[in-house]
Design a protein around this ligand. Structure first.
Ligand code: DAT
Ligand code: MG
Length: 145
């Protein structure tokens, strides 16, 4: 609980290529809307290398970086901007832990994801992890917003 009024925030959500391929776009959007948040923008698009390099710059040099970027470029993603008080924190909780095998039941990754035996965790969704990340990522994916 906070003891002051929370400002309205925006977060970047991506339904990753595994989520789009499996037909889970509606399920992810349903959970965001059912929680009470509003959609500000949504677009289905295949990300290019420059966008993904900027989006995942913090992971450059890690062992899973190239598999991650290749996976994210493997098909369309649904990019969403959602809005509401504490939506950044809330969507991270809706998404669940990064590793879908151990993500809590009740979360998107915990209910719908699993280990597919590949080098990168295919975990259905991305959500910004802080106000600074949200501002940076929204500017990358939706420069006109
Ligand atoms: P999150 O997406 O929960 O914010 P992150 O930012 O640490 O997680 O990593 C970005 C993505 O990279 C993550 O969604 C899946 C992949 N990834 C992270 N850690 C990984 C690992 N140890 N092995 C394989 N893929 C990993
Ligand atoms: Mg992250």
């Amino acid at each position: 609980m906070t003891d002051t009024a929370a400002p309205i925030e925006r977060t970047l959500i991506l339904v990753k290529p595994d989520g789009v391929r499996r037909g889970l776009v509606g399920e992810v959007v349903r959970r965001v809307e059912a929680k009470g948040y509003s959609l500000v923008a949504a677009e289905l698009r295949t990300a290019d290398d420059a966008l993904l390099a900027a989006h995942y710059a913090e992971h450059l040099g890690k062992s899973f970086y190239q598999p991650l970027v290749d996976f994210m470029a493997s098909g369309p993603v649904l990019a969403i901007v959602a809005e509401g008080q504490r939506v950044i924190e809330a969507f991270r909780l809706l998404a669940g832990a990064t590793d879908p095998t151990v993500a809590a039941p009740g979360t998107i990754r915990g209910d719908l994801g699993r280990d597919w035996g590949v080098a990168v965790q295919q975990n259905l969704v991305h959500g910004s992890d802080s106000p600074e990340s949200a501002a940076r990522e929204i500017a990358l994916w939706f420069p006109t917003l």
